[in-house]
Design a protein around this ligand. Sequence first.
Ligand code: BTN
Length: 268
Amino acid sequence: MDRLMPEGICDAQPTKLLGRHVVYHETTDSTNTLAKTLAQRGAEEGTLVIAEEQTAGRGRLGRRWLAPRGTSLLFSLIFRPVLPATRAQGLTMVCGLSTCQAIRALTGLPAKLKWPNDIVLRGLKVGGILTEVSTTGMCLDYVVVGIGLNVNLEVSSLPADFNATSISSELGHAVSRSSLLQTVLCEIDGRYLMLRNGKWPVKEWAAALETVGQRVKLHTTLGIVEGTATAVDEEGALSLRLDNGQLRKVHVGDIVSRHKPWKGLGRE
Ligand code: BTN
């Protein structure tokens, strides 16, 4: 196992904001849970919380996120953007897109996004993002974005219908988790500073989404809808052309895979 080097994580690729303060644990329940506690206690923007192993890692929609110790990147970032509460999706956009870009830059693998925030390689899930917000009135108080990435993980040990992969499985060799983390942080840092100046990477994000143009079946708060994904808007909502010809905008949902949805290495 290559040990993560939290001390000086941003020395090789300097960041302006992220990772200046690092909280590293060999084991924690969930880096998102810990980051939220720290944010409530006033931790500075850009704080990075990282662990080799989580005992209660969480995915979207109440799922678990499990990954064997030392095989993955499991980390959370604290943001304090001055934005209305309704615009937190911008952080998910920035982090998803930046993670894709970092994988491409470091490994050459053609990472894409599956709406809203899965990171995929050849259509197989390689990572996921969990964004959690705290609001004061109509404004964001803080946003915690948690990222889980299957880096040096043996996917052949997983049931075939898990529909997942790892970077090492795709490449045929291990990669340095520290280098990947540095690259991801650097990519997020640049785009987050742009976001703070009002520049949202909507076009870049839309271009990284493999979902647009595909036929999809979506679990939404109002039930299952099926159709062809036609576009995304600047708030991250997905437009679907339903089979009856109607256009439907979905803000929150989950694409139902032909296989079982990925749940990290655990089961619900
Ligand atoms: C998903 O695809 O459902 C999102 C998965 C997010 C997992 C990461 S791992 C680091 C951080 N801590 C957590 O408990 N969850 C996120």
